[in-house]
Design a protein around this ligand. Structure first.
Ligand code: C5P
Length: 220
């Protein structure tokens, strides 16, 4: 589907990236993980010992997305592939703070709009339906209970060899949602024209099928 964009928003660990990747693959569209962009800037912020001048930080930054046939989207920060570091705990714990800063958002949103200009993009994040792609043909707002999101994230972490406990993950997810929903610029919220999809107790296959049905509906 070259002629549409799909915006997928929702709280942390609601399954957005897994579903977005699947839907994109089924429709031969390109998946863009915007959280990874904010994570990459956070990685640099941490490497540079937490500078508070965010305008300077982004002015000195190059960020590119590359697509690898086997590994999927790769994030190239200042000519270095940093994708494998972006899920580490220190990045996750600081990303909402860095993503709340105006220069950081302006920098990332501009790139995201450029990527989607020619359509054919499935983009996930927090402000895609509201700010980045307000004209997206399909907008989905994915939610799930905190318990289930923590369990899913723990499985993912186990597979990646990242240590975590369920209690710690529940707290981190709830804190991150609170921060993302209450920040001043582009807070996480459902776009008025987005369809809410509760994925609690649903399989990846079921959720993918529901979104594919929404895409079919666009054609009717
Ligand atoms: O999706 P992911 O969990 O990787 O996102 C990491 C963080 O990046 C979010 O908690 C949020 O603070 C920020 N983010 C954002 N806007 C987006 C995508 C992510 O503010 N479009």
């Amino acid at each position: 589907m070259e002629s549409i964009n799909i915006a997928l928003d929702g709280p942390a660990a609601a399954g957005k990236s897994t579903i977005a990747r699947r839907v994109a693959s089924k429709l031969s569209m390109i998946y863009v993980d915007t959280g990874a962009m904010y994570r990459a800037i956070t990685y640099k912020y941490l490497q540079q010992q937490r500078p508070e001048d965010f305008q300077k930080l982004v002015n000195d930054t190059t960020l590119e997305l590359k697509y690898d046939d086997t590994k999927g989207q790769r994030i190239i920060l200042d000519n270095q592939d940093v994708t494998d570091y972006l899920r580490e705990n220190d990045v996750t714990q600081n990303v909402s703070y860095v993503a709340s800063k105006e220069p950081v958002r302006t920098f990332a949103v501009e790139k995201q709009k450029d990527l989607a200009a020619k359509k054919g993009i499935v983009m996930d994040g927090r402000d895609i339906g509201t700010v980045v792609l307000p004209d997206a043909e399909l907008k989905v707002y994915m939610i799930a209970s905190v318990e289930e999101r923590a369990e899913r994230r723990q499985k993912e972490n186990e597979e990646r060899g990242i240590p975590s406990t369920l209690e710690q993950l529940k707290q981190e997810i709830a804190d991150r949602d609170h921060y993302d929903m209450n920040r001043e610029i582009s807070p996480l919220r459902k776009a008025d024209d987005a369809i809410t999809l509760d994925t609690t107790s649903k399989t990846i296959e079921e959720v993918t099928t529901e979104i594919m049905a929404m895409v079919d509906n666009l054609r009717k």
